[in-house]
Design a protein around this ligand. Structure first.
Ligand SMILES: Nc1ncnc2c1ncn2[C@@H]1O[C@H](COP(=O)(O)OP(=O)(O)O)[C@@H](O)[C@H]1O
Ligand SMILES: [Mg+2]
Length: 253
């Protein structure tokens, strides 16, 4: 246990990762502090999802180490680790044969530490936290809109009270209006719960709006990582500047 890294919730050190001989990440380093909302943006295929999957142990690095709350991920029990890490993806993959309530309480039910009554009341709190009416708890996923399903997926990811939330283009498949609402929701949830968020997006406006820090990647490399206002005012030449151009055009008009 390394005490000096304890304020750093997630740390990737000298990570190398290749697929079929093709190097995706090469000496990749990143530290995420507790309570940060890190948005990660970059061109398709640049390695964003790879970094995210390394953090929850879905894939292993070829070399280098990953520390979660100061502990080497290689030494951790992955099942317990993942209970502490909420995971939200684009198409959330709710269990179709289970009601919304059972989808949300799936992990707490599985862990079996809390009473049924406690779980029920927290499920009601969670559905409201993500901006839905408790009436929806009795429905099945097929009876919800895409945006509602995404909210239920978020509630399910929060149900085991994780320290860390990993989100991989979570709002990529919903319409513009729903997307704006979901962005407000996740911002509020971050402020309320203080959870550490790693949020992958391909929308520069979303990255700048939500992040307390923005990380810009290209071809497996970090091009810049800083607060949205610093990135806006001091974009690094080249890739970052090009990426920001469309954003600045839009935000001025
Ligand atoms: N399981 C895999 N096998 C082979 N190549 C993969 C695999 N997963 C991802 N890749 C490749 O690795 C690169 C990075 O992928 P990914 O991290 O998913 O990118 P991003 O999320 O930034 O779009 C891409 O070129 C992708 O095709
Ligand atoms: Mg991806």
């Amino acid at each position: 246990m390394e005490k000096q890294t304890c304020d750093q919730c997630i740390r990737l050190e000298n990570i190398f990762k290749a697929y079929e001989g093709k190097e995706i990440l090469s000496d990749f380093n990143l530290a995420i502090r507790r309570g940060e909302f890190l948005t990660v943006i970059g061109s398709s295929g640049c390695g964003k999802t790879t970094v995210l999957k390394l953090i929850n142990g879905l894939i292993r690095p070829d070399s280098g180490r990953i520390l979660i709350n100061g502990q080497d991920l290689a030494d951790l029990d992955l099942i317990r680790l993942r209970r502490n890490i909420g995971y939200v993806i684009q198409e959330v993959g709710l269990f179709p044969h289970m009601t919304v309530a059972r989808n949300i309480s799936y992990v707490p039910d599985l862990i079996g530490k809390e009473t049924k009554g406690d779980i029920r009341s927290r499920t009601r709190d969670l559905i409201q936290l993500v901006g839905l009416e408790p009436e929806l708890l009795l429905r099945y996923p097929s009876e919800l809109s895409g945006g509602q399903r995404q909210r239920v997926g978020l509630a399910r990811a929060l149900a085991a009270s994780p320290d860390i939330l990993l989100m991989d283009e979570p709002f990529g498949a919903v319409d513009e209006i729903t997307r704006k609402q979901l962005q407000q929701e996740i911002k509020g949830i971050h402020q309320k719960l203080g959870v550490t968020i790693f949020f992958v997006t391909h929308d520069i406006r979303e990255a700048m709006k939500l992040g307390t820090r923005v990380l810009i990647m290209d071809q497996g490399k970090i091009m810049q990582e800083d607060t949205p206002s610093y990135v806006r005012d001091h974009p690094r030449e080249g890739f970052v500047q090009d990426l920001l151009e469309s954003y600045l055009d839009n935000s001025c008009s």
